[in-house]
Design a protein. Sequence first.
Lengths: 475, 309
Amino acid sequence: MLFNSLPFLAFLPIFMTFYWSTSGRARLWVMLVGSLVFYAWWDWRFLFLLLFSSLVDYSLGILLENEPEEAMRRRLIVISVAINLGLLGFFKYFNFFVQSTADVSTALGLHPTYNALKIVLPVGISFYVFKTMSYTIDVYRRTQKAERDLLRFTTFVVFFPELVAGPIVRASRLLPQLARDHPFSYERMVSGLTLVASGYVRKVAIADSIAPLVDIRFAHPEAHNAWSLLIGVYLYAFQIYCDFSGYSNIAIGLARILGFDFGINFDRPYFSRSFGEFWTRWHISLSSWLRDYLYISLGGNRGGTWRTYRNLMVTMLLGGLWHGASWTFVAWGGLHGLYLVTQRLIGPAYQRVIRALRVPSVVSNAFLMLLVFHLTCFGWVFFRAHSFSNAFDVLWGIAAIRGARLADVDNKWRILKCAVLIAVMLGFEATSFLRKGQRAPEFSPAWRLAFVAACAWVVLLFGTFSGNNFIYFQF
Amino acid sequence: MSDVRRALIWFVALVAIVIAGDHVLAWVLHKVLMRSQFRYSRLYRGGNSADLIVLGDSRGVHSFYAPAIEEVTGLRAMNLSYNSMSPRIAEAILMDYVEHNRPPRMVVIEVTSSIVSGALASELQTYAGLSPRLAALYAEEHPVAAVAGRTFRLFPLNSGFFLEALHYMWQTDQDWIHRDAMPPALRTRPRNPWRLVPFADNVDALVRIVGLLHHRGIEVRLVIAPYGPSNVPVNVTAYAALITRRAQTPVWNYVGAVTDPDEFADQVHLNERGSRVFLRMLQRDGAFGMTSPPGSMTPFHSHPHGGSQ
């Protein structure tokens, strides 16, 4: 079920009615059944996979906690990781690895025969596998107590707001919240609805309006001039941001209305002045997951400079692969790894130059923001392209700027509409960003009323109602 | 006051403000829409007196450059074509035109638009409040959105047409045409042989339009405009014969008449230069000549669903 679909608009009030009219374990049952209905709307057969994954990690969590012997505990965590990655590997990467092996064999002069399987990628598998895997790793590390209530654990895994596209809310945050009832709160409802409304604006009015403009440019880059392609890349940067941050806002807002705190998943990433900062602002629940369970497990920044660089590269390459079974995603991750390594290499020298030249910090910060944004956009080309040749067609099309006229760009009014909406969104973000460390003001219910009403008008006037998938569903 | 009661009051206030704002904003934006020089704003504002009307999809837009028609023929021309406009929609547009404006002396229809499905109907919601015909077509294609459009008045203004109307607020939209020549990559890209496959209801609509125009004494020209040199549909002769037979009116087939790639914007659409060349051909061949004197037309009678009479 999509948040931007009619079935969800019918589902939500029914769910809310049952949710608020129950408490205790009955409410957990409502959350579980509601979440399963939400998921089954896509394909009920994959409920079994979801429940299997929950049951395995529930059992392994208890075994890990009960087991005193370290060697046995290590074996159990290996089993947990193997099962989780096995599920992910089969459903998401099997054909990719088979195809890649065949390509390499062919390049070596061999002529392998192989059959690709018709495998349906279960929606949300990348998210719930990471969630359950982090749970067992935390239990193994003894930073998380094993959950012994199967109902509560399964509800933690399948809770619908974050089930199919995150944010990846870890056990340490969500399980304690599931252990108590959350009474209805006026403040939470108003602030949650505000977030939900902003999420719909981002998704329906901005991301989905941008989508066709980007699609036609990446489908036929040869038919577009340099300006048109450059605009397409910029637009994609905001499409993916608004699509995913929109989903996150809706998920976090819905959870807030229900009484849960998911944290934040995006924190104005395009205002980042470095790639280190970017990854603390973009898809925070994933980047912190990769840091805690991959980068640190590889050794983090212990073991010297080169090992740190290696760990950064490995983390980002695998982070890229997590997004999709394609080498273009790996390239995207690799680019970000290179950015992070380069930043560590030349960052101190840059700071010395800035200090020596007495460049005002506002100028330096603006330069760095623009630089980080444009290098991020360069990476997005590989993320969006369906192949390397497609990515290079777009990049060469931009590079061959001769003869291109801005006046020849198609759909100028649609682009202008998107640009205005993006500018307004960035204006809101800049306002809070410029407040720096100051505490965010408490918005009054009247202010929130005006904001939600304005969001409704924007969605009515500029929304796209074609029921577009959220981009991160495919991951 | 309990949290539930406060939430209820807040929610009711929200609904009231959303609806009130929706009505006020839509009223203002509708005023803006109707002041535009965009073709459909002009149509529904009324007062036009074009001698020649063009109907079709994007090929109608880019093949029949209205300023060039006026130069070549001396007739006042108005191109009502739009990207993806099928004959079913063209029928409603034409009927609305003659209800709101002086009937034209001639209607030119680019007939390959019969292969277009009703995609444009979603755009036409912007003017659906002014036309029961468009409203019916829109409701047929998008029943849920049609209800939303009746509930929220801003929703019908959520369209590319409204943006176009803003773009053409102070300038004519009859100047809209491709001006660039086909990019080299499109000239050399191989294309598989393809066929014109008309939708039956589009052909039916075309037949109704032609019958109606004949009945009213308005000249009608069914035309197939040129396709790009390497993109001529393989069945164009049979297609023209089908339309001719069904509409009982000859089709002026110019499918391969323009061969210079510099006169195309892509393999489907002429550019301004190509349009001028094509229009001179039509004039040379007598396509714009009137066979009946002006003033012999009988007035249209409105029909709410655009059907035949």
